[in-house]
Design a protein around this ligand. Structure first.
Ligand code: BGC
Ligand code: NOJ
Length: 814
């Protein structure tokens, strides 16, 4: 069953019934001010950091689900009936409900008793505010007297503190109301230089800033007392729970339409100019007032929206493709690229499933996210790389996570995830291939943010590589540390204490357990680093890396091969993990996908054998699962992986993030049909028809789809913030369609299904627009290219030596 449809021309997903199986969300803002918005207007907003600068409150994991939002109520002042055009929170039976989730905006609305109302929510570029444009039309034959109410509940900034230390916060809450604008200034009197505001374009018929005055005691957002009564009470919050609510009365003739604009924003003042008059406790509003005035003007709001639209058109315009498969086109051209922006911005911090409190930005996650993002805004990728590298430790290891606001490594989780440093090499390499900006390698970047420790970024890459060489285990494979990519394979944890963190508790010294996956990653990152070194003229160094890579490859072939597939690891007792000798967990996806992706076993048939085993033992109709057989009980020596019931998450769920590794691996063997088949199994658009089973949004990837061992096989969970976005984008664009960035230029090496007659694409790369058409004339992957009519040797198109800014590439596959 479907809950809506794609509108590809408008780049929107249109939800046509509000009761989706789960809230189907969208993100507002893509730079510094962000919001989450569900299809029924639930969600919250924050500035930069979902934990430390939370503007509005949200009630996660609650019943009913998805409460706290940007709620608008309309009240018929003649009959007293009131409702929410976004369905929540009143949940009236609406006509023509729709939610159009678009690129950085959502438009939610409906009709009720002849009154049509839609609200367009978005964050203008380069501003720290959001605009709600409410449009109301009277379709009745008679005049309508309508009160409209707009409301939000302020969060007292630190979302963690807000949820836990309420005894204090019940006393600190403060607001000001001036010229009809509600200012939320809790803690502004002391160490905060920022405040929030909520403004309305029309003269108000009333406001409220005290939650209980608006809702009434013991009432919820579904039936606020003041809305029911038809009159806000002009309450001023003193402690307790500050909110912002505006009431506007309108009188609409039949057929008449009116627009009301609301602006919710965040503003900072210089420390020495916080108060006006100086010495008072009143917010100095001199710099914020013009901003508020500007966006309350519907003409300015429309212009800002148009600007946002153009911005997204240009970002998406960097790569567009036309293939015979609509799901490929839609995801590549619109939604997958869009999701990559969200994962770049949020990492895994703030979604319907991630509270925004628990985790900052992940080191490995953010580096991998670059793969799908770097082409869109390279300057921001550059900044991110330097931020990440600044949290690297002098050992070459890395803090596993850091806080986006402070940009400091997170001490609670610390380091010791032994795959982490290699992802920095992969991220930097992706950046260099995209931009050719070699200057980044000379940027001086500290270790652990310690002043005086600055070294060129290149030095960080060298240390990343050496980190592993200095941590080899008994077989010469990399030691795993706390975990590798699979956070839940905790081979040094041995936890028998409830509540102990599998990730940060290390009960064994960690000198034995080894990871075949990290070995594959090392082979991959080592090659990338060697190519970078060679380009810098460091030939001896490049050769040394390749020697280590060759050695590691040999170690994998002798100690990491199980006979039919790659082993996953050795545990702390030296026993195999992911071997036919194991009772459960005989074969894993990560080592098989990544070793082949890294080119191990391509020349001796082992790669083909490993992928055949993946196909036979791990691939399901809903995607490829992490391992088989699933662990049926808790294994002390394996850790969190066996804590999940079979079929969920890392215990034999379809962890979508790693599926693309197998897709890429398949392309390395020339298996275009298989690669694209795997791609389609987890493509959310292709799963739209099974919405009742899949349950998550059909326009973005989810972290996990339950595997066949689970009673809910095929059900997705944890949508939006997952490395799946970047890896799928990278797999389909660079390996299946084969339009690949390299240090030397754009490589064209499609490995597409045999049934495809070809495809066309546009790629803007280093300032040049490439119009690419691929025609299939035979069944193979051999390609001959002409560039602006001239045949070239090989498949790499170097940047034009002349001033050409448009280049036509034709490729014949035979
Ligand atoms: C999840 C992993 C996650 C880890 C760290 C585990 O419970 O299954 O996917 O990476 O926690 O947050
Ligand atoms: C989610 C984490 O964010 C990511 O870093 C990890 O690789 C996967 N879970 C798999 O455990």
């Amino acid at each position: 069953m479907k809950y809506g449809h794609f509108d590809d021309r408008s780049r929107e997903y249109v939800i046509t019934r509000p009761d989706t199986p789960l809230p189907w969300i969208n993100y507002l803002g893509c730079q510094a001010y962000f919001g989450i918005i569900s299809n029924t207007a639930g969600g919250y907003s924050f500035y930069r950091d979902a934990r430390l600068r939370r503007l509005t409150r949200y009630r996660y994991n609650n019943v009913p689900m998805d409460f706290g939002g940007r709620y608008i109520y309309l009240r018929d002042d003649q009959s007293g009936q009131f409702w929410s055009p976004s369905w929540q929170p009143t949940r009236n039976e609406l006509e023509d409900y729709s939610c159009r989730h678009g690129m950085g905006y959502s438009i939610i609305g409906s009709s009720f008793t002849g009154i049509e109302a839609h609200t367009r929510y978005f964050v203008p570029l380069d501003e720290t505010l959001e605009i709600w444009q409410l449009t109301i039309t009277n379709h009745r034959a008679t005049r309508a007297q309508i009160s409209s109410f707009a409301s939000i509940e302020f969060c007292l900034w630190d979302a963690q503190d807000d949820a836990t230390n309420f005894q204090r916060n019940f006393n600190t809450g403060q607001v000001e109301v001036e010229d009809g604008v509600i200012y939320h200034k809790t803690e502004y009197r002391e160490r905060r230089n920022h405040f929030a505001y909520f403004a309305c374009s029309q003269p108000g018929a009333g406001f409220d800033t005290q939650r209980e005055a608006f809702l009434g005691a013991y009432r919820g957002w579904d039936a606020p007392a003041a809305v029911e009564a038809g009159q806000l009470t002009n309450s001023i919050a003193h402690g307790w729970s500050p909110i912002g609510a505006h009431q506007v009365k309108i009188d609409l003739a039949p057929g008449e339409t009116r627009q009301i604009v609301f602006v919710l924003g965040y503003h900072e003042n210089p420390v020495d100019q916080k108060f006006d008059p100086p010495g008072s406790q009143t917010i100095n509003k001199i710099s914020v007032k013009p901003v508020i005035a500007k966006y309350l003007d519907p003409v300015e709001a429309d212009a800002a929206f148009e600007h946002l639209r153009q911005y997204w058109a240009s970002l998406l315009g960097i790569f567009q493709v036309d293939t015979p498969d609509i799901h490929t086109n839609r995801m590549v051209n619109i939604w997958n690229a869009y999701q990559c922006m969200a994962t770049f911005n949020m990492s895994r911090s703030a979604s319907f499933y991630e509270s925004g409190i628990g985790r900052g930005l992940g080191f490995r996650d953010s580096n991998q996210d670059l793969l799908g993002f770097v082409h869109m805004v390279p300057a921001r990728a550059r900044e991110r790389i330097l931020d990440l590298a600044s949290t690297q430790l002098a050992t070459g290891g890395a803090y596993h996570q850091y806080q986006p606001l402070t940009k400091r490594g997170n001490n609670d989780i610390g380091g010791g995830f032994n795959d982490d440093p290699h992802w920095l090499i992969i991220g930097v390499s992706a950046y260099l291939k995209e931009t050719g900006d070699w200057s980044i390698l000379d940027e001086l970047v500290p270790y652990d943010n310690q002043p005086g420790s600055e070294a060129p970024l290149y030095d960080h890459l060298q240390r990343s590589f050496h980190y592993t060489l200095e941590r080899l285990g008994p077989h010469g494979l990399p030691l795993i540390g706390r975990a590798d990519w699979n956070d839940c394979l905790n081979l040094n944890c041995f936890s028998d204490t409830p509540g102990q963190s599998f990730q940060t508790t290390t009960n064994k010294e960690g000198k034995v357990a080894e990871s075949v996956f990290i070995a594959g990653l090392f082979v991959h990152s080592g090659r990338e680093l060697a190519a970078i070194a060679a380009r810098r003229g460091l030939n001896a160094e490049a050769a040394a890396y390749l020697t280590e890579v060759a050695k590691m490859k040999q170690v994998v072939l002798s100690h990491g091969w199980d006979g039919e597939w790659f082993l996953r690891a050795y545990d702390d007792l030296g026993a195999k993990v992911g071997s036919k000798e194991c009772e459960e967990g005989k074969i894993f996806i990560e080592s098989n996908g990544y070793c082949v992706l890294a080119g191990i076993g391509l020349d001796d048939g082992k790669a083909a054998q490993a992928l055949a085993a993946v196909h036979d033992r791990l691939a399901t109709k809903h995607g490829i699962v992490v391992q088989q057989p699933a662990y049926s009980r808790y294994y002390l020596n394996l850790g969190e992986i066996s804590s999940y019931p079979p079929g969920y998450k890392e215990n034999a769920g379809v962890f979508c993030h790693v599926n693309p590794w197998v897709m890429i691996a398949e392309t390395r063997l020339g298996h275009g049909d298989q690669a694209h088949d795997y791609y389609s199994r987890i493509n959310p658009s292709a799963r739209e028809e099974i919405g009742d089973l899949h349950r998550c949004e059909p326009y973005v990837y989810a972290q996990m789809i339950a595997g066949p061992d689970a009673p809910t096989f095929g059900e997705a969970k944890n949508s939006w913030l997952t490395g799946t976005a970047a890896w799928n984008y990278y797999a389909i664009v660079q390996w299946i369609l084969g339009i690949r960035t390299t240090l030397d230029g754009l490589q064209i090496a499609p490995v597409i299904p045999k049934s495809w007659p070809g495809f066309t694409a546009t790629r803007i790369f280093r300032g040049v627009t490439y119009n690419i058409s691929i025609e299939r004339q035979g069944e193979g992957e051999q390609i001959s290219l002409t560039v602006d009519g001239t045949p070239i040797k090989g498949n790499i198109v170097p940047p034009p030596a002349d001033a050409r800014r448009k280049v036509t590439i034709k490729g014949i596959l035979s």
